[in-house]
Every structure is written in structure tokens, then in C-alpha cells.
Design a protein around this ligand. Structure first.
Ligand code: SF4
Length: 353
């Protein structure tokens, strides 16, 4: 977006939340379960938080590297304010560090070397930008928003104050206190379910034990009342076997409920996984069938333009109630969040009239 904001003459590093002093003059970061032990003038694994003068600081507070207006369907969130656009913000660094990341130029970069040249975007400026461009909310995306949680919290609070929505696009790998801090101002939580086993997560990310990620998704829904949708990027040879797809679908149904949308997206070769082929359409269609067989009411294909499994079919009467073009969505079969024909609850979160 073209709005330019003035860069302050002196850049002040913001002292972070979620850390404690540790032995040997080091600092323990408690924002995510990596629990990095960080020395003076060093950064943690995410490269977005570091220690300066004995304190943990966020290196990216109010310094987004991506500022884009996007359809909410691109996150993807299909049952949350359909047809609206959100201010989409991301920063340098990431704590999940996916081996096939499509945004590796920012997520695997160091905030230390890259952030100083970026202009500031305060929470109030972000709201003003959204209003100016007639956007309905904000989405934190492109890297995992856990790593700049203080800014995410402040921006989300400002957006909610302004009557706009907030969305957190994440692998959920953060500690419970950190989740609770941001959960109170997040409306939608899109959870990246990377694989069916710890081994798959470890091959696809830097996460060795995904248990805290699963717990975050459930807690976001149950404790914080977030609207939750789940995405699984289906990677050839790494998480696309029948048993893994069944296990992921079962997990979504059993822990988040049958009405939770599950997006099975097409992997496109990138970064360290450039040697793999893209996911075949046949595999994605198999994943959709497996999801439906597991009892999920809404299973969508992602990253395949024009595929029929991008539309919403009413589980009550079988009518197509929402059609997703690229990028427009048409909701003529929906009335007040219900199927206009049979009254079935579609689990939609829509703007109040
Ligand atoms: S947020 Fe970053 S510094 Fe903190 S524990 Fe996680 S990876 Fe380490």
C-alpha cells in the first residue's frame, strides 16, 4: 500500500513481554515453547527478539515488512466475514521456520539486519490506514505472528476499539500465557496443522513437539471464543499418506468440532523443499474425501484456482450456498449466516447489520 509514514529520527527498541533472567547473565524467552536462552546482543531462534542491555526486546515492534490489502479468503478464512478485505501485516523472523516456506525471504531473515530501514506503523496508523482503504479488519500473516506478539496485541486492541475485526494466522506454537495475552483481542485464529505426527512437524518445521500448538488451537476456541479454521498444506511424501490425512481430519473433528472448516492446500515447491513436485489434484481430492468421511462438514481445496471444492455446500440440503471466484465470493445462498433454503447453520461469522 502506498501510504507513507514518517520514520522517527531515533529508533527505540521496545522491551518485550514474556522473558525472565537466567543464569550467566543470559535471558530466557518464554514467548514460545522453544524457550530460547539468549545472551547479550544475541537473538533467539526466531531472529525477531533479542537481548539488549540485559533485557529481551522485540526487534520488530511497529516495523512491518509487508503491508498489504488482501481478501480474507486468501488467509484462508472462508467462514469469517466472507467477501471482506483485511490489512495484512507481517514482520521479519519466525519461530516455526518451515522448510518449504513460500515467504522464506522474510520469515527466515534476521530482524536485526533488516528492520532498521523499515518505516514505523503504529497501531493508530494501522487503523487509520484500514479506514482510508475501507478495509474491514487486520490479519497478521506471512510469518508467524507469535514473534511480535506485543505489537499484534496493541494493533488488535486498536482495531477492536474501532469496531474492526482481527485475525491471527499461525502455527499456534506459543506458550499459554502468550496465547492468553493475545487471545482476548483476536477474533479469528487460523491454525496451521502441519502434519499428523511429531516427526512430520519436525521435517516440515523447527518444531519438535507440536503438542503446545494443538493446545493453542483448542484454547483459542474454547477459552477465547475465537472463530477457528484449520489449514494443512499437503506435501508429497511428507504428510500425504492415507493414515496421516485420516489422523489430521480426525484431530480437527474430535478437538475443534465437525463444523470447523479444514483447508487442504496444494504445496508448491519452494525454499528447502524445491526438489519436491507440487501436490497432485488427485491427492487433494482424496484428502477432501477423507475429511468428509471423518465427519467434517466443510473441507476445502486450497491453492487450486477454480476447483469445485472451493465452494461451500450446505451440509443440510446439498445446495451450493457460497461460490468463490478469484477473488470474489458470492453468498446468494446464505441468509443471516444460515442456508437460505433449509436454514442449516453454516458456522459463519459475519458483520452485524
Ligand atoms: S519467540 Fe523467538 S526468542 Fe522467544 S523462545 Fe520463541 S524462538 Fe526463541
Amino acid at each position: 500500500m502506498s501510504d507513507s509514514v514518517a520514520q522517527p529520527a531515533v529508533r527505540v527498541l521496545a522491551q518485550a513481554l514474556f522473558w525472565e533472567e537466567a543464569a550467566g547473565g543470559k535471558v530466557r524467552c518464554t514467548l514460545c515453547p522453544h524457550l530460547c536462552l539468549v545472551g547479550e546482543n544475541e537473538e533467539g531462534l526466531c531472529r525477531a527478539r533479542g537481548v539488549r542491555n540485559g533485557c529481551m526486546v522485540g526487534l520488530t515492534y511497529a516495523r512491518p515488512v509487508t503491508i498489504i490489502s488482501d481478501e480474507i479468503e486468501k488467509k484462508p478464512l472462508f467462514h469469517f466475514h466472507p467477501g471482506t478485505r483485511a490489512l495484512s501485516l507481517g514482520c521479519y523472523g519466525c519461530n516455526v521456520l518451515c522448510t518449504g516456506c513460500q515467504n522464506w525471504q522474510i520469515s527466515h531473515a534476521s530482524a536485526r539486519t533488516e528492520t532498521s530501514r523499515l518505516p514505523e506503523l503504529t497501531p493508530a496508523q494501522a487503523v487509520a490506514m484500514a479506514r482510508k482503504h475501507k478495509l474491514s479488519g487486520v490479519a497478521f500473516t506471512y510469518n508467524d505472528p507469535a514473534v511480535w506478539i506485543e505489537y499484534v496485541h496493541d494493533v488488535c486492541a486498536a482495531f477492536k476499539e474501532a469496531g474492526l475485526y482481527t485475525a491471527f494466522i499461525t502455527a499456534g506454537y506459543l506458550t499459554e500465557p502468550a496465547l492468553d495475552y493475545v487471545g482476548e483481542v483476536v477474533d479469528a485464529f487460523k491454525f496451521d496443522l502441519k502434519g499428523a505426527t511429531a516427526e512430520q512437524w519436525a521435517r516440515l518445521t523447527k518444531v519438535k513437539d507440536p503438542t503446545p500448538a494443538y493446545e493453542s488451537a483448542v484454547r483459542a476456541k474454547e477459552r477465547h471464543g475465537c472463530h477457528v479454521e484449520v489449514v494443512s498444506n499437503i506435501v508429497p511424501g511428507l504428510n500425504d499418506d492415507e493414515a496421516s490425512l485420516q489422523a489430521m481430519a480426525r484431530w480437527v473433528r474430535e478437538h475443534l468440532g465437525p463444523g470447523t472448516p479444514w483447508h487442504v492446500t496444494r504445496f508448491m515447491p519452494d525454499f528447502e523443499l524445491s526438489y519436491l513436485p507440487p501436490t497432485s489434484i488427485k491427492t487433494l481430492e482424496r484428502a477432501v474425501r477423507i475429511g468428509k468421511d471423518a465427519g467434517l462438514r466443510f473441507v476445502y481445496v486450497g491453492n487450486v484456482q477454480g476447483h469445485a471444492a472451493r465452494h461451500t455446500v450446505c451440509p443440510g440440503c446439498g445446495r451450493t450456498v457460497m461460490r468463490r471466484g478469484e477473488p470474489k465470493v458470492e453468498c446468494s445462498g446464505v441468509e443471516r449466516g444460515l442456508c437460505a433454503a433449509c436454514g442449516e447453520d453454516l458456522g459463519l461469522v459475519e458483520a452485524e447489520d
